[in-house]
Structures are given as structure tokens and as C-alpha cells.
Design a protein around this ligand. Structure first.
Ligand code: DGP
Length: 138
């Protein structure tokens, strides 16, 4: 079955479009965590950030940047969170790559709290970890 963003791209489902070109569409999120919460979506189906081709990734990020700039200028946002979830473990609910552009107005307000709690790095061997990841780069 087609995912919800494929159906939006194909016009089977309605959406509030902010931007559209041949390869990318940006829409208002139907469950916004802040006023103006947008999703930037490639029209072609790719599962997530890790599988999208780089040229298309760059186009999506270009649109995300422009929407963030517009939200500062037009909506008076004081900050923007750019977010993409990869996999259910990370909170991805729609298996079609998309980038959230989330305007922020007042610190701590709204339905989005980004909290990064540092773990105890002394439990990790940082040089070995860095080497492992480095060796996995393609
Ligand atoms: P994620 O959890 O990162 O996969 O984000 C998916 C987002 O998509 C979530 O914030 C809600 C939004 N969403 C789901 N279904 C629809 C829809 O039919 N229309 C719109 N505009 N957004 C949707």
C-alpha cells in the first residue's frame, strides 16, 4: 500500500502546500507541534534520510532552508528546528523521507521539546568508537 506522502504527492489526499516543484513538495503538517510546522518531502519515494540520493537530499534541504528563512521573516519565529527521523526507533511514523521544519516562538512552549541528555562518556571508549564509525564510512 502507498504511504500517505505518496498519496499526497499524487493528489489522492489533500494537503496545504507551501511549496512545489518537479521533485519536491512542502506541506503543513496535519499534526503541527508549532504554528507553521512544515514537512519537506521528495516526490519520489525513498524510505528515509539514509536512502535518499544526495542530489535529491540537497534539493530537499535547500527548500527546508528557504522555508525556515520565510518562517523567521513572515511568522516572526525566533528559531527553527530542522529534524528528520530515521526508523521507528527514532520516531519515524511515515516511511517516506521527509524533513520537519519547526518554527519556535517561545522557549519551552508548544508540543516539541528537544532534550538531549548526555550519557556518561566514561562508559565509552571514544577513540575506539570514533575509529569504528570512521571505518564504516563509504
Ligand atoms: P515522522 O513521525 O517523523 O514520520 O513525521 C510524520 C509527520 O507526518 C507527523 O508529524 C504527522 C504528519 N502527517 C501524517 N499524516 C499526514 C497527512 O495526511 N497530512 C499531513 N499534512 N501530515 C501528515
Amino acid at each position: 500500500m502507498k504511504d500517505v506522502f505518496c498519496r499526497i504527492v499524487e493528489g489522492e489526499l489533500p494537503s496545504s502546500k507551501v511549496y512545489e516543484d518537479d521533485e519536491v513538495v512542502a506541506i503543513l503538517d496535519v499534526s503541527p507541534v508549532a504554528k507553521g510546522h512544515c514537512l519537506v518531502i521528495p516526490k519520489a519515494h525513498y524510505q528515509d534520510f539514509l536512502s535518499v540520493p544526495k542530489d535529491l537530499l540537497h534539493k530537499v534541504m535547500d527548500v527546508a532552508q528557504r522555508i525556515g528563512q520565510a518562517e523567521i521573516a513572515v511568522l516572526g519565529a525566533k528559531g527553527i528546528n530542522i529534524l528528520t527521523n530515521v526508523g521507528e526507533m527514532a520516531g519515524q511514523s511515515v516511511p517516506h523521507f521527509h524533513v520537519h521544519v519547526i518554527p519556535r516562538y517561545v522557549r519551552g512552549e508548544g508540543g516539541f521539546q528537544l532534550e538531549m541528555k548526555a550519557m556518561d562518556s566514561s562508559t565509552l571508549n571514544l577513540p575506539a568508537l570514533a575509529k569504528d564509525i570512521s571505518q564504516g564510512l563509504k
